[in-house]
Design a protein around this ligand. Structure first.
Ligand SMILES: Nc1ncnc2c1ncn2[C@@H]1O[C@H](COP(=O)(O)OP(=O)(O)OP(=O)(O)O)[C@@H](O)[C@H]1O
Ligand SMILES: [Mg+2]
Length: 264
């Protein structure tokens, strides 16, 4: 039986008079592949910002299991939640544009392999060991996720679809237990989307982690997600397997009466 990894209880977020996320509860289990869908402005990114610790909730609690204990995720920033195994990508790609793909990955690895202050100052054997381990680990990720050809190119020189892949690998480099992907297929052509679908499955299968992804591309969601949460006007409208959700009358209605499988 999979254990609870991330628990969201009655989380609300207001911006002035606007309630962007309203009393949302959800649970993500170890190693699950879950999608969060909903119309534009439904509150998906706002929820992600709270789950990844960037934005404090107005009320409610979010907790992540780490070494057998649950820790509160609050608006303390990405570095603090990364220590508890949370990592993410952004709706608008946030790579270090002037840095190469390898350097972007190294920057994320750095937190994991950080040596203590004195070993860094005096370049002790431990420092060189950590440096070597980091290089090896970066190369491993580059090979495994097919970034070899672009490894030493500046990130901002790459096609959009490739930048999204790099951002996902960088998120993986912090060794998370859960990765949040905010519209990973946005701006991709069907070929790139098919590649991405494979990559996300591989990401989950090979790394013992859970994935929660926001996506408007319903063919990707339906082929990839094991469970789906539907957010509408800040509230959970439905949740369940792809089949359950796509047959839910309220969901069909929220998607303008259309076929959810055809929505995009
Ligand atoms: N920092 C903010 N200040 C004020 N309002 C905000 C802020 N961030 C989001 N909102 C509002 O909250 C609501 C939810 O926005 P959010 O970006 O979470 O939606 P979304 O589901 O991610 O939409 P999309 O599919 O278009 O990305 C919107 O009405 C938005 O304008
Ligand atoms: Mg969004």
């Amino acid at each position: 039986m999979a254990e609870k990894l991330l628990t969201v209880r009655n989380v609300t977020r207001q911006f002035g008079g606007l309630t962007a996320v309203n009393d949302v509860s959800m649970t993500i289990y170890d190693n699950e592949l879950v999608a969060l869908i909903g119309p534009n402005g439904a509150g998906k990114t706002t929820l992600f910002n709270m789950l990844s610790g960037l934005l404090p909730a107005t009320s409610g609690t979010i907790a992540i299991r780490h070494d057998g204990r649950f820790y509160k995720v609050s608006g303390k920033g990405a570095t603090s939640v990364a220590q508890h195994g949370i990592s993410r990508t952004f709706q608008n790609i946030r790579l270090f544009g002037d840095m190469t793909v390898r350097e972007n990955i190294m920057a994320a690895l750095n937190n994991q392999f950080k040596e203590n202050f004195w070993s860094t100052i005096f370049h002790t054997p431990g420092y060189y060991r950590a440096e070597r381990k980091m290089n090896d680990e970066a190369q491993k990720l580059i090979d495994r996720y097919h970034l070899t050809a672009v490894a030493d190119s500046p990130a901002n020189k790459l096609p959009y679809g490739m930048q999204r892949r790099v951002e996902i690998v960088r998120a993986l480099a912090t060794n998370p237990k859960i990765i949040f992907l905010d519209e990973p297929a946005a701006g991709m052509n069907p070929e790139e989307t098919a590649e991405l679908t494979k990559m996300i499955r591989q990401l989950r299968d090979e790394n013992n982690l859970a994935v929660l992804l926001i996506e408007h591309d319903m063919s990707l969601v339906m082929s990839l997600a094991e469970r789906i949460y539907v957010l509408d006007q800040g509230e959970v409208l439905a949740s369940g397997t792809p089949k359950e959700v796509s047959q839910n009358p309220a969901v069909v209605k929220a998607y303008l009466g259309g076929d959810i499988n055809a929505a995009g």
